[in-house]
Design a protein around this ligand. Structure first.
Ligand code: PLP
Length: 380
């Protein structure tokens, strides 16, 4: 099999799996217990927090809370801000956010909040002037993703954070698709909130992180016990936390290794150039923008993405489409539509997402098979 769907989820390497195993068996204690069989797990949790904190360049005084993943972190941050700042009724987001931000923004809109959605250009780049001019005295939060999950296009987070600092507005970035792919340092790029998900960086599913800069007010989304200083109730997922820590240490090494990062980018460019040379009428979404090194969203004109994905799957190549299928109906990608592509083009898009485990042989395999599949589909 050739797995090129790493923006959906990633391979769990043996180092991570082995570190997690004891927490499914002999280390079954509850970290909140008074007795040492449980409470000793607190040390593991603290050291895991340090690992994840190092990966994002957090200050030890910042607040790092484990959640169930990127979706929960995004929900918790948006609902926290509106709870803490009830008189600020305006939120700035973009037209290309992940649904775990976009749906919360829609929910807040129904509750009477004003939502400004910053548009993007044909390459998926945010309109920074529009953004600057959107900030108001009653803006509660700016929430803009670090990298787009469909196209890989990076947001100018350093510039955005400078502007939000100057204007005194809180800034959240959904960094789920950027962490472990590019260097992120919240001490150098001052965001107030950050969302992270372990399963996108070769960690386990069902565990994520919610970062809150020290001193920034936060109201928990999940209420109950006093776990994690009352910031997220519920018995901690120790196996997940420990796996997340090991995956973070490995990801940190990877992003610090320029050669390895370049190698991944080289493979992704090889895939793009190879397809451009071998297949007619294709467009790479966001090709002119700065992107994370692993993602390539390609529109194969005059094809049906779903049919192509099925043929690819039959041939052992796993990727994603530009449309999402919900309850039997196919929805065009809001990201591609926001970039000015039409519904047909959105339906003809395939997202390839590589990982640090992707090999040149696999890319060669894709370059050999894809042209045959596309011409077969176009001839039907
Ligand atoms: N944010 C982005 C940009 C994503 O790509 C995803 C998952 O695809 C999420 C948030 C949700 O993360 P999780 O699957 O951990 O809930």
């Amino acid at each position: 099999m050739i797995y090129l769907d790493n923006n959906a989820t990633t391979y769990l390497p043996p180092e991570v799996r082995e570190a997690m195993m004891p927490y499914f068996s002999e280390e079954y204690g509850n970290a909140a217990s008074v007795h040492t069989f449980g409470s000793r797990l607190m040390n593991q949790m603290d050291s895991a927090r340090e690992s994840v904190g190092r990966l994002i360049g957090a200050d030890p005084k910042d607040d790092l809370t484990f959640t169930s993943g990127g979706t929960e972190s995004n929900n918790a941050i948006l609902y926290s801000v509106v709870k803490k700042f009830p008189n600020r009724r305006h939120i700035i987001t973009s037209t290309v956010e992940h649904s775990s931000v976009a749906k919360v923004a829609e929910d807040l809109e129904k509750q009477g909040y004003e939502i400004t959605r910053v548009p993007v250009d044909r390459e998926g780049r945010l309109d920074l002037n529009f953004f600057k001019n959107s900030i108001r005295s009653d803006t509660a939060l700016v929430t803009l993703m670090w990298a787009n999950n469909e196209t890989g296009v990076l947001s100018p987070v350093a510039e955005i954070s400078k502007i939000t600092r100057q204007k005194g507005v809180l800034f959240h970035s959904d960094a789920v698709q950027a962490i472990g792919k590019v260097k992120i340092n919240v001490s150098e790029t001052p965001v107030d909130f950050l969302s992270v998900s372990a399963h996108k960086l070769h960690g386990p599913k069902g565990i994520g992180l919610l970062y809150v800069r020290k001193g920034v007010p936060f109201a928990p989304l999940i209420l109950g016990g006093a776990q994690q200083n009352g910031r997220r109730a519920g018995t901690e997922n120790m196996a997940g936390i420990v796996g997340f820590a090991v995956a973070s240490d490995m990801a940190q090494k990877f992003v610090a290794d320029v050669k390895k990062l370049e190698q991944e980018e080289k493979l992704c460019r090889k895939l793009e150039e190879g397809l451009l040379n071998r297949v007619s009428d294709i467009t790479i979404a966001g090709q002119g923008a700065q992107r994370i090194p692993n993602t390539s969203q390609i529109i194969f004109e005059q094809t049906e993405g779903e049919a192509l994905l099925q043929m690819m799957s039959d041939a052992g190549i796993y990727a994603s489409g530009g449309s999402t299928c919900t309850a039997g109906t196919t929805q065009p990608s809001h990201v591609l539509l926001a970039m000015g592509f039409n519904e047909k083009q959105s339906g003809a898009a395939i997202r390839f997402s590589l990982s640090r485990y992707t090999t040149e042989d696999e890319i060669n395999g894709v370059l050999e098979i894809m042209p045959k599949l596309v011409s077969k589909l176009r001839s039907i």
